[in-house]
Design a protein around this ligand. Structure first.
Ligand SMILES: NC(=O)c1ccc[n+]([C@@H]2O[C@H](COP(=O)([O-])OP(=O)(O)OC[C@H]3O[C@@H](n4cnc5c(N)ncnc54)[C@H](OP(=O)(O)O)[C@@H]3O)[C@@H](O)[C@H]2O)c1
Length: 340
């Protein structure tokens, strides 16, 4: 059930920012960012109806329309249905991610993981993406951060609805793979325990980063590897703070997080390492990880991501990160350059 062989490379592109996640992004800048990703050889694009209530999908579809469909991999999500009716974007109930996508489209979003809604969500995504096929489909955000204690009830709806529909579509060859796209490890662990649901992979966001990896490292990664279920790491920069931005978990970073990032930066500076390279390469170093998909809303970020991936980091940097307990002692790290 691996998805490693379905992904073209280790580096993909995440389009959440293109849904006007933190700011009102000019159309030309959004399209130029996708073009930059393409020009740098990126051929895997992740998106979702939730990202700006269809805006990221519409922009991605417009930018990719000039390319042959066989030349790239798409992973949208089934999550919220995007209605024609509008709503106030600032007061949507988004759990602990309030205010996210307030600059996105004002279309009303309806959460529904039933079988019918799953099929409708896929049809709507195909239209917005201007394509006739999808490759990987993630069931989006069934977790504590959006549903609190209700997440298990939503999971149960998805188990009888979305999971079965996606399994059938995979068996029929309509899609190549499916799994979860979440910011929490628990839904992935629970799915691995089910005998009936056989996902191919998980898009795990923010939980296998330099700032937060303990639980996934100890529990999810070994269990997923045992079942040949691959992990795609989303949010490798913890939504920005690890790349020079100001956000952590999609909110302004707290003083505690800023202090921890400063400690990492100090180690990085001593070894002349870019923190962006350390963050991206750390997420990829675990053997359960199939790809990493940083997001961006500016074209120049793509070259930065490529440079971050290509950088050779000294082994002494990782040694000091371990000594200072800034990464778990048993976390795999990239094979570092040995000092002379
Ligand atoms: N539940 C899920 O399934 C889920 C959840 C989260 C994420 N994801 C996926 O994972 C992808 C990646 O996550 P993400 O986009 O949320 O976060 P991320 O990749 O951790 O960070 C992206 C942010 O970093 C900022 N950044 C990059 N380089 C920077 C620099 N040099 N200076 C300042 N800021 C910089 C970008 O800013 P700019 O916008 O200014 O370029 C962007 O906003 C998403 O796009 C989505 O596809 C999925």
């Amino acid at each position: 059930m691996s998805i490693k062989d379905k992904l073209p490379s280790l580096l993909g592109f995440g389009t959440a920012p293109l849904g006007n996640m933190f700011r009102n992004i000019p159309e030309a800048e959004a399209l130029a960012t996708v073009d930059a990703a393409w020009a740098h050889g990126i051929r895997y694009f992740d998106t979702a109806p939730f990202y700006g209530a269809g805006l990221a999908e519409i922009r991605l579809g417009a930018a990719l329309a000039k390319h042959r469909r066989d030349d790239y991999v798409l992973s949208p999500k089934v999550d919220r249905l995007v209605l024609d009716e509008t709503e106030e974007t600032t007061t949507r109930d988004l759990g602990d991610k309030g205010g996210l996508f307030e600059f996105g489209r004002p279309n009303k979003l309806v959460n529904d993981y039933s079988a019918d809604a799953t099929l409708r969500s896929i049809e709507d995504s195909l239209k917005r993406l201007k394509t006739d096929s999808l490759d990987i489909v993630w069931v989006h955000d069934i977790a504590q951060d959006f549903y609190g204690d209700e997440w298990l009830a939503q999971f149960e709806i998805a188990r009888k609805g979305a999971f079965r529909v996606l399994t059938r579509l995979r068996e029929e060859g309509v899609i190549k793979a499916w799994g979860f796209g979440v910011n929490r490890v628990e839904p992935c662990e629970l799915t691995l325990d089910l005998s009936e649901a056989k996902p191919d992979g998980f898009l795990l966001a923010g939980r296998y980063t330099l700032l937060d990896h303990e639980r996934a490292l100890q529990r999810l990664m070994p269990a997923a590897a045992k079942q040949n279920v691959d992990i795609v790491v989303g949010g490798p920069y913890s939504s920005g703070i690890l790349a020079g931005g100001t956000h952590f978990e999609y909110q302004k970073a707290s003083p505690e997080i800023i202090a921890k990032v400063e400690r990492i930066k100090a180690v990085a500076q001593r070894h002349q390492v870019s923190i962006k390279a350390a963050a991206l390469q750390f997420s990829l170093a675990n053997p359960a990880v199939a790809a990493v998909i940083p997001g961006a809303s500016r074209p120049e970020r793509i070259a930065e991501d490529q440079a971050a991936l290509a950088a050779v980091l000294p082994a002494a940097f990782w040694d000091e990160m371990r000594e200072q307990k800034l990464v778990a002692a048993d976390a795999p790290v990239p094979m570092g350059r040995k000092e002379k």
